[in-house]
Design a binder for this molecule. Structure first.
Ligand code: ATP
Length: 466
């Protein structure tokens, strides 16, 4: 049944209408493909647009695009091009060979049905013919039953033999389970249970960055990212792929503080609470760090309960190294794990502002007291004994304590970073040469400033050079 494209989408297509026309004039057929068709069917906003152009050679297509601006080839042999200034990936139809080292081959004569065969899931293997531009009605070309799979909320493979060729597809399933709250059908579930997760193309492990990309989508685009991890557990592969997370299953906790059950249940609920954090308060990158901090915050409980914050740091590191090499990311998350008990501790101990200032110094430069506040906010919500969704309002260790923490870091003016140092190198230049000695004195001065609350520059100078 034909439908009209939604308005927001028409706007996007209108911007490239001249290009589409130029492609059609050369005998090409432009199809909207991949996730953007799926998102359109679901009524979700599609950020990236993928257009696959059939019936035209790569050289002719590249020439055609160059008339509209600078073109970069993302991978010539893969036939993917980008025209600067447009958020569109342009590609030519490709086919993968099957075998130990599959190769990708551009073949502009493929039909859309043949080209869709290389896609992972049926919901991602649909297309819309854009030859008539944005204004016309459209039909979804759905050769493998993607529409039905979306209707039944079931993830289905396009082709089993091809699916297992790329282990990334396994992690994509994990991501889609969380993000679209869909379940794999029996065939896909069986394949995922048994699939080899080494990369056939390289003969080694899957590149961490590729797994990280899926982790990022799971954590940032899902209402309940926990569904992806719970699926891994039900599949029987959580221990194997993320042992630090798998080890949390069955680890008991004090039932008065944690009526929800074991550490895994608590972590899953807390992660879902963190996923609710509004992007008005934090950037996407900050939210990624916070959710990962929440995911790792109780890893140490496998070893002991008091002191689990310290014990958790090496475990968080080994967990993160399974999918990232990003040093700053790992250090940020380790800081959140190490200090995640501090908001509650400082409030319970009725600590003075200096303690909050010291905490901000310890957290810097990787994270801030506000980030730690968000981790605590999620932590106290992961305690629902009557279901798996996080609590809207916390109890036991409650919102009141967390609100006091926020108030105090604001009062201490360290919400977004520690107090800036008052005594600087230029203040000492008349007495000490720049170098390690000066560095030591500045460090000492800063410690006095934070610990004793001395904010007078001359007084600080006197203290360190006396
Ligand atoms: P998102 O909205 O997260 O971008 P997406 O499904 O569009 O979701 P992309 O990585 O942009 O994800 O991929 C675009 C399309 O390419 C997918 O919809 C799918 O058809 C295909 N695709 C991506 N990765 C694979 C893969 N590893 N194996 C098979 N097909 C893939």
């Amino acid at each position: 049944m034909s439908k009209r494209l939604p308005e927001c989408f028409i706007e996007k297509i209108k911007k490239i209408e001249m290009i589409l026309k130029s492609v059609v004039d050369l005998g090409g057929v432009p199809y909207l493909v991949g996730g953007s068709v799926r998102d359109l069917v679901l009524g979700r906003e599609a950020k990236d647009i993928d257009i696959e152009v059939h019936n035209i050679s790569l050289d002719d297509f590249e020439l055609c695009l160059r008339k509209f601006g600078d073109v970069s080839l993302i991978g010539r042999q893969f036939g993917v091009l980008r025209l600067h200034g447009y958020n569109v990936d342009w590609s030519l139809p490709r086919k993968d060979s099957i075998g130990r080292r599959p190769t990708v081959e551009v073949d502009s004569t493929l039909t859309i049905e043949q080209a869709c065969l290389r896609r992972d899931l049926t919901m991602n293997a649909m297309a819309i013919d854009l030859s008539n531009g944005a204004g016309s009605d459209f039909d979804v070309i759905d050769p493998y039953g993607g529409l039905e799979s979306l209707k039944c909320k079931t993830l289905c493979m396009v082709d089993k033999e091809k699916f297992v060729q790329d282990p990334l597809r396994f992690y994509r399933v994990m991501q889609f389970v969380g993000r679209f709250e869909m379940k794999p059908d029996d065939a896909l579930q069986t394949v995922c249970k048994n699939m080899d997760l080494y990369d056939v193309a390289t003969g080694g492990a899957l590149a961490r960055e590729r797994i990280c990309e899926e982790m990022r989508k799971l954590l940032l685009k899902s209402r309940r990212p926990s569904l992806g991890f719970r699926w891994l557990y039900e599949l029987g592969r959580l221990e194997e792929l993320f042992p630090e997370l798998g080890a949390l299953v069955g680890v008991a906790q004090r039932s008065d503080y944690h009526p929800e059950g074991d550490v895994f249940e608590h972590t899953m609920q807390s992660v879902d609470a963190a996923a609710k954090l509004s992007l008005d308060d934090i950037s996407l990158d900050e939210k990624f760090v916070i959710i990962l901090g929440v995911l790792c915050h109780d890893f140490g409980k496998v070893k002991k309960t008091p002191g689990h914050d310290v014990e958790g740091v090496p475990l968080a590191k080994s967990f993160l190294h399974r999918f990232t090499r990003h040093t700053m990311l790992v250090r940020s998350i380790c800081k959140l794990v190490r200090y995640h008990r501090m908001p509650i501790t400082l409030v319970e101990q009725k600590s003075g502002l200096k303690a909050y200032k010291r905490l901000a110094v310890k957290l810097a430069p990787e994270v801030t007291a506000k980030h730690l506040y968000f981790v605590s906010w999620a932590d106290i919500r992961g305690r629902n004994k009557d279901g798996h969704e996080p609590l809207d309002k916390a109890f036991v260790l409650g919102d009141d304590e967390i609100a006091v923490f926020l108030e105090r870091i604001r009062e201490a003016q360290v919400e977004r970073g520690p107090e800036p140092p008052i005594l600087l190198g230029r203040d000492l230049i008349d007495t000490v040469k720049p170098g390690s000695k000066m560095g030591e004195l500045l460090k000492k001065a800063y410690k006095i400033q934070i610990d004793e609350g001395i904010t007078d520059r001359e007084a600080l100078k006197k203290r360190v050079i006396s």
